[in-house]
Ligand binder design. Structure first.
Ligand code: HEC
Length: 153
């Protein structure tokens, strides 16, 4: 019984560290897969804000072109000049990396739902899908926006 517990604990900790390493790699891979721009993380976020405005104004004014503009920016946004986790304190970097990986995928799914609704000219559904995107933005901000320690130069 005791032996089994030890094996269980060992397996669990191995699995955990493997998935941690995998995640770390993924955040690095994610950033490497992106085009780099000469902007800070905050400047990238200003772009995300503009994209969200385009999406929301586009939905309200039933302007498919404007919505697509915003969606496109979210899908193809560049990486900032330094690794995004550079702005966080050492102890927050791993957590922030996981958020980056998770929300990059989640926001792609959110904009896809918006796009599908817009293609059907279902503006109410597009609005709901955009609310889901807002949830993604806010979820990360609630945990990390006030944890920023460093400014990219
Ligand atoms: C993975 C986490 C994360 C996600 C997801 C995220 N943000 Fe941010 N955002 C941040 C952090 C961290 C800051 C603070 C940056 C700083 O102060 O340097 C920030 C700041 C901002 C700012 C303020 C920029 C400034 O000039 O200070 C805006 C606007 C913004 N985000 C918009 C958005 C929008 C819109 C979305 C969703 C479409 C979004 N963000 C998704 C982490 C995130």
């Amino acid at each position: 019984m005791k032996k089994l517990k030890i094996i269980e604990t060992l397996t669990l900790s191995t699995l955990l560290s493997v998935s941690l390493i995998a995640q770390e790699k993924t955040a690095d891979d994610l950033v490497k897969s992106m085009k780099k721009a000469d902007i800070t993380y905050a400047q990238l976020m200003q772009g995300m804000g503009m994209a969200k405005n385009n999406i929301d104004m586009g939905i309200i004014s039933m302007n498919e072109f404007l919505v697509e503009r915003g969606i496109n920016l979210i899908r193809t946004h560049p990486a900032p000049k330094q690794k995004p986790w550079y702005i966080m304190a050492e102890e927050d970097r791993e957590g922030f990396k996981s958020m980056l990986v998770y929300y990059d995928k989640k926001m792609d799914e959110d904009v896809e739902a918006i796009e599908k609704a817009v293609h059907k000219k279902d503006w109410m559904k597009a609005l709901e899908a955009s609310q889901e995107l807002s949830n993604s933005c806010i979820s990360c901000h609630m945990i990390y926006k006030d944890k920023v320690q460093y400014v990219m130069k």
